[in-house]
Design a binder for this molecule. Structure first.
Ligand code: GUN
Length: 295
């Protein structure tokens, strides 16, 4: 950087926790009005296989959030030794249950279970995670369908900043089916110019340095260095990595990136709470339709 470079802008916090709390209040009100109008209570089934402690925390938070906004929760806790056939039977029963409008199978599944077959067994109309190939195909083609929760939450966060996505250069780092690929498609749908980077990208620093919007979703602690960020860029950090001393850290070097970003999500308290809020919204929409109105 030479003397002519702009002064550091010190990014404003893109507070997912506060936005998610607001959305949850709105959803709670929509549920209340819908029930008053005689609709049946929307229900989310959570399925947790095995005893991964991080997954247990995530599922507990999702169940609590259901309770808070007035959604019914049906929980299925299955041992790590569960066979694919037994899990498929469980999903078939939830598909057939009229009180269940959304089904969430927490990932990762224990080794030995056929994840693709299990996600494909969920009724696409109840696939509130948006992981079914049919729903992902609809996203690819720009057709209405249930959309994955984390990408949906990221778009809501970006809208909160007021940034014009049309024509903006968005760089997504990470190509998972859960976050990287769907968020790239959703940014493209909003007319951003999208670059999808991954572990084989030749010059990640240069790609990130050209971005108006950076979405980091790789699961590598602080891979994205602060000095890579173009001054004024919006930075969304999807990473949740546990450090040696038990703290949580994202995929972005937060302190240094904040010096240059216009907006940046904290970890924790950024994308994570938005994922849960969007799960609730998807469940409400699966039950009552995309408009989600009481009436
Ligand atoms: N594991 C990590 N993220 C997710 C998610 O959004 N949904 C599910 N079902 N499992 C996950």
């Amino acid at each position: 950087m030479d003397d002519a470079s702009p002064p550091p802008v010190s990014g404003r916090l893109l507070d997912g926790k506060a936005l998610a709390a607001r959305i949850r209040e709105e959803l709670q009100e929509r549920v209340r009005r819908g029930l008053e109008a005689g609709r049946s209570r929307p229900g989310l089934a959570t399925v947790l296989v095995g005893d991964d402690p991080a997954s247990a925390v995530y599922v507990r938070n999702k169940r609590r959030a259901c309770e808070q906004v007035g959604l019914a929760n049906l929980h299925r806790q299955l041992p790590a030794s569960t066979s694919s056939e037994a899990l498929l039977d469980e999903i078939a029963a939830l598909n057939a249950d009229p009180a269940v409008h959304g089904i969430l199978v927490q990932l990762p599944l224990p080794a030995g279970l056929d994840e693709a077959a299990i996600l494909e067994a969920v009724d696409p109309a109840k696939d509130v995670d948006g992981f079914h190939p049919r729903n992902q195909g609809c996203l690819l083609q720009g057709r209405p369908a249930l959309r994955p929760c984390t990408p949906r939450g990221i778009l809501r966060l970006l809208d909160e900043t007021g940034i014009e996505l049309r024509g903006a250069r968005a760089v997504v780092v990470g190509r998972s089916n859960i976050v990287g690929k769907p968020v790239a498609l959703m940014l493209l749908e909003r007319h951003a110019t999208v670059v999808l980077c991954h572990s084989r990208t030749r010059d990640l620093a240069a790609e990130v340095g050209a971005a108006d919007v950076v979405v980091a979703a790789v699961g590598v602690p602080q891979l994205i260095r602060g000095e890579w960020i173009r001054p004024g860029a919006v930075v969304v950090d999807v990473g949740i990595n546990r450090t040696g001393d038990g703290r949580l850290t994202g995929d972005v070097d937060f302190e240094a990136a904040r010096e240059r970003a216009s907006w940046i999500t904290p970890v924790p308290g950024g994308v994570g709470p938005m994922t849960i809020a969007m799960l609730l919204q998807n469940t409400l929409e699966a039950a009552w339709g995309a408009a989600g109105e009481a009436g």
